[in-house]
Design a protein around this ligand. Structure first.
Ligand code: BTN
Length: 262
C-alpha cells in the first residue's frame, strides 16, 4: 500500500463516523522521524500528524541506543500527540502522559495483529516481543511538558523484513516477514496501528491499563535482574511502573534496563 492508498484506507476506516483524524506525511528518507515530528510540533503541528519514512539514517531507540533502519526493512513512524496538560481523567480525548506510551504499546500490538494475524506480547516498558525476541519498539519524547503547548512524540519502529542488522541486534530481533514467511504491506500495517491508536487514546485510564496487562503475560511471574538485584515480576501499578517481588519486598521500577529470563 503506497501513501495514496493509505490515505484512502484511513478515510474508509471507522473513526466514529468522522473523517480520518490523521495527517500522514510519508518521506523516502530522513535522519529520524522523531526529528521531523519534533520540529513540526515546535512549529505548532496538531495532534494526529504522523511522519513515516522508508529509511532513517540516524534512527534512535530508548536510552540513547541506535535504531537501525535500513530502507524498506521496517515501518518507521512518529505520531504527534497533544496530551491533556492535566493528568487523567482525559478531557481532550487523550490520556495523561504516563498512560500515553502504554496506550501506544497496546495499539501497536493490536495493529500488528489486525494487519498480519500475528499475536505478539508486550514487555515492560513497551517492547513488542515474539518469544524472547523484539519485534517492535516505542520511544516517547516530550516537548514543552507542563505547558499548554505540550506535545509527546511517539515513535514506533516495527521490524518488517529480516535485515542485515549488526550481530548484537540480529541476535535479539525478529521480523514480521521472517515469522510469517510472506510479505507484509507496511501501509496496511501503519493504517491498522493508527486506527488502534486512535481507539486506545480515547479510552479511560483503567481500560488502557487493563488492556496493557492482558497483552503482557510476562509482567507477572517472570524472573528479572537489574543493577545486581533480582526478583520476579508482579505486574504494573496504575502509573505504569513495573513491580518486582524481591527478598526485600516489592520494588517499584520506573526506568532502567532489566534482564528478562524469558
Ligand atoms: C526502542 O528502543 O525500543 C524504541 C525504538 C523506536 C524506534 C522508532 S523508528 C521511528 C522513530 N524514529 C526514531 O528515530 N525512533 C523511532
Amino acid at each position: 500500500m503506497r501513501p495514496d492508498d493509505l490515505a484512502v484506507h484511513l478515510r474508509a476506516s471507522r473513526f466514529g463516523g468522522q473523517a480520518s483524524p490523521f495527517d500522514v506525511r510519508w518521506l523516502p528518507s530522513t535522519t529520524s522521524t522523531m526529528d521531523v515530528a519534533s520540529k513540526l510540533a515546535h512549529e505548532g503541528a496538531k495532534h494526529g500528524v504522523v511522519i513515516v519514512a522508508d529509511q532513517q539514517t540516524s534512527g534512535r531507540g530508548r536510552r540513547g541506543t541506535t535504531w537501525v533502519s535500513p530502507p524498506l526493512a521496517g515501518l518507521y513512524f512518529s505520531f504527534i500527540a497533544r496530551p491533556d496538560p492535566v493528568e487523567a481523567p482525559p478531557s481532550l480525548g487523550v490520556p495523561g502522559l504516563s498512560l500515553l506510551t502504554l496506550a501506544a504499546g497496546v495499539a501497536v500490538r493490536d495493529g500488528v495483529q489486525a494487519a498480519t494475524g500475528l499475536a505478539a506480547d508486550l514487555k515492560w516498558p513497551n517492547d513488542l516481543i515474539v518469544g524472547p525476541r523484539k519485534l517492535a519498539g516505542i520511544l516517547a519524547e516530550g516537548i514543552s511538558i507542563g505547558s499548554p503547548d505540550q506535545a509527546v512524540i511517539v515513535g514506533v519502529g516495527v521490524n518488517v523484513q529480516p535485515a542485515a542488522y549488526p550481530p548484537d541486534v540480529a541476535a535479539r530481533a525478529v521480523s514480521l516477514e521472517g515469522e510469517l514467511g510472506r510479505s507484509i504491506d507496511r501501509g496496511l500495517l501503519l493504517s491498522e496501528i493508527l486506527i488502534a491508536l486512535w481507539d486506545r487514546l480515547a479510552r479511560r485510564p483503567g481500560d488502557i491499563l487493563q488492556a496493557w496487562r492482558a497483552a503482557s503475560p510476562n509482567a507477572t511471574g517472570t524472573r528479572v535482574e537489574w543493577d545486581g538485584k533480582h526478583g520476579t515480576t508482579a505486574g504494573i501499578d496504575d502509573s505504569g511502573a513495573l513491580l518486582v517481588k524481591t527478598n526485600a519486598g516489592i520494588e517499584r521500577i520506573i526506568a532502567g534496563e532489566l534482564r528478562w529470563m524469558l
